[in-house]
Design a protein around this ligand. Sequence first.
Ligand code: FES
Length: 150
Amino acid sequence: MTHHTYPQWSTESAHAILEPLKSTPGPVLVALQALQKEYGYVDPEAVAIVAQVFNVSRADVHGVLTFYHDLRTTPAPAKIIKICVAEACQSVGSRNLVAGMQKALGVNIDESHADVEIQSAYCFGNCALGPAAMVDGTLIGRATVEKLMP
Ligand code: FES
């Protein structure tokens, strides 16, 4: 299974991404999302750059960065396992699945790690086949620890 490889963070290429966004609405969020799309995460150095480019305070940028949980400030891990914890999947055991995966991998859900992360997700539209999970973008129905383990 392949996963996305990201170019290395550089201030020059970040500027190239940010400049065209100056005129978009809600530019700070759009800018941070664009950086994350490019690099897989928002480098802490980006806060000062985004503040400068969009003429807002660093605190404003930091506020947006911490408010949106989809934005991450550490490099993306090699493997991401998302487990649906929305209602329909919970009713068919997604909490047990999370507990089992945490134990099997030795990491807690929604913690940042370099190698593998377990992330909570809220409905993949696959409720009939719950508990639903996604491993590196591939949807897995009736997920079990055995099915999800690398
Ligand atoms: S509630 Fe889990 S996929 Fe819909």
